[in-house]
Design a protein around this ligand. Structure first.
Ligand SMILES: Nc1nc2c(ncn2[C@@H]2O[C@H](COP(=O)(O)OP(=O)(O)O)[C@@H](O)[C@H]2O)c(=O)[nH]1
Ligand SMILES: [Mg+2]
Length: 461
């Protein structure tokens, strides 16, 4: 985006979305080509300007996700609820004047563009995607995503026939709020809910809200304290942060039973959450900035490391080429000296000696090239196996200035895709990524400027 366009000149009046969204969207468009060239899998792939903010509900079977969604929407029940597992897929509840239910490909087609990446998880998942279009007030401001219950047994996720954690990560990435629900029966002792915190939800604590639901069921304060303590204990092990996040102890009024505890504090916390969901726009803005920033920083790291790898390999290749030429020169020099008498005689002997010399040179060059290419391959493999060392070396100065661990977290994400793309085509990687990295830094500065500039009133949704 040029400066004039950035300042608002030449933009069509009806262009959707906020300035931050448009800036992010243009960054994704521009960086897509760089990412492709370097084999970097951009996580979010696109930002749909003007799309409604999104909140995803995650948690064990029967933790109350669907009940909470029905409560938030008000009116007729939208999602089925029950103690037995009722949902084996993801349901997006979104706004529309005329209500309808869609499944699979047609559901995906109804969703904003950035959901299209879900098809990458295969037809098994696509068939389990549902869209429910409903005419409810909250949905004008936030779409809600209901998810299949997480399994409360360690290792049980292996039974799923699609990459559940991958899909959770994908959707959580798109979402502006991630609500992880626990119920007092299973306060995160084992299983997917807790594993998700260190896995697919890692790095998302800024938009994560932890809920301890069904607080109306507690028999006593002691009961409540025990469940709350158990949940915090388990969270402390799963979350790599020093401070425990806020736990929203709440409930949905579905039971007729007279509660044993005063529920007013739980009501207050639920209202706080409802407020956040109704005002997901501000989280959306932060999320667009954070997601774009993360993607661009990681792409820049990928490019910088790929170029560093290429430079190391260039050095190896030129050494190997030099050694091959030296061996060939020696192979030529030896017969030249040995047959010097024949050369001075001229005639048939000179031709024979010349032939032997050339043959020795060609043969030596061929053998040296074979040995060198094997050496280059071994060096490339060795370097790919020790990418951590290369990272420490390349980022020594940057790491000393950033002791918060965020760079290492980025590296943990970048390492795998980088190794894969190097395996496929390290020789095609440019040896200097400085210009590409410079463009990304410029893009991030543009995004930061857009994030600081207040949106014109008519543009906010
Ligand atoms: N007492 C009480 N029951 C709840 C609450 N939330 C959900 N339930 C019940 O828990 C069961 C499972 O709820 P559901 O929403 O289907 O859970 P999901 O599997 O997470 O979607 C249903 O029978 C709900 O009525 C709550 O806050 N308090
Ligand atoms: Mg459900």
């Amino acid at each position: 985006m040029g400066i004039l366009e950035y300042l608002g000149f030449g933009r069509k009046k009806d262009e959707p979305g906020t300035r931050v969204e448009r800036e992010a969207s243009s960054i994704y468009e521009r960086l897509g080509r760089v990412a492709e060239r370097y084999g970097y899998p951009v996580r979010r792939t696109s930002i749909s300007p003007g799309a409604t903010p999104c909140a995803i509900f995650l948690g064990n079977h029967s933790s109350g996700k669907s009940t909470m969604i029905n409560h938030l929407l008000g009116g007729d029940r939208v999602q089925d609820t029950g103690v037995a597992p009722t949902d084996d897929g993801f349901t997006v509840v979104m706004f529309g004047e005329s209500e309808m239910d869609l499944v699979g490909e047609s559901a995906l087609a109804r969703l904003p563009e950035e959901f299209a990446g879900l098809s990458g998880f295969g037809p098994t998942l696509v068939h389990r995607i549902r869209v429910k279009v409903r005419n409810r007030e909250l949905l004008r401001r936030t779409m809600l995503v209901d998810s299949p219950g997480m399994i409360d047994e360690a290792g049980a996720s292996a039974e799923r026939d699609y990459d559940f954690f991958g899909a959770v990560r994908f959707l959580a990435n798109l979402s502006d709020l991630v609500l992880l629900m626990f119920d007092p029966d299973k306060p995160g002792t084992t299983g997917e809910s807790v594993a998700a915190l260190g896995g697919p939800l890692a790095g998302m604590s800024y938009k994560l809200r932890i809920l301890m639901n069904k607080c109306d069921l507690f028999e006593s304060m002691y009961d409540y304290a025990r469940a709350y303590g158990a949940l915090c204990w388990n969270l402390a092990h799963a979350l790599p942060v020093k401070d425990l996040p806020k736990v929203y102890a709440c409930y949905v009024p579905v039971s007729d039973r007279t509660p044993k505890l005063d529920l007013s504090d739980f009501d207050r916390l639920r209202s706080e959450l409802e407020g956040q969901l109704a005002d997901a726009d501000s989280s959306h803005r932060d999320n667009v900035v954070a997601a774009t920033h993360r993607d661009v920083s990681r792409l820049a790291m990928h490019v910088r490391m790929a170029s560093r790898f290429r430079r190391e390999m260039n050095r190896t290749v030129s050494r190997a080429a030099l050694a091959s030429v030296a061996v060939a020169a020696l192979a030529v020099a030896f017969p030249l000296v040995y047959f010097s008498a024949c050369f001075s005689k001229g005639g048939f002997y000179a031709i024979l000696a010349g032939g032997v010399t050339v043959l020795a040179g060609v043969l030596a060059l061929w053998i040296a090239a074979l040995v060198s290419s094997r050496f280059v391959r071994m060096r490339a493999k060795g370097l790919m196996d020790s990418l951590d060392g290369l990272f420490d070396d390349e980022y020594r100065e940057d790491l000393s200035g950033r002791p918060d661990g965020s760079m290492r977290q980025d590296w943990d994400e970048v390492r795998g895709p980088l190794r894969e793309s190097l395996k496929l085509r390290w020789w095609k990687m440019p040896s200097s990524g400085r210009r590409a990295v410079g463009r990304m830094e410029e893009a991030l500065a543009g995004l930061a400027a857009a994030a600081k500039t207040p949106e014109p009133a008519k543009e906010t949704r």
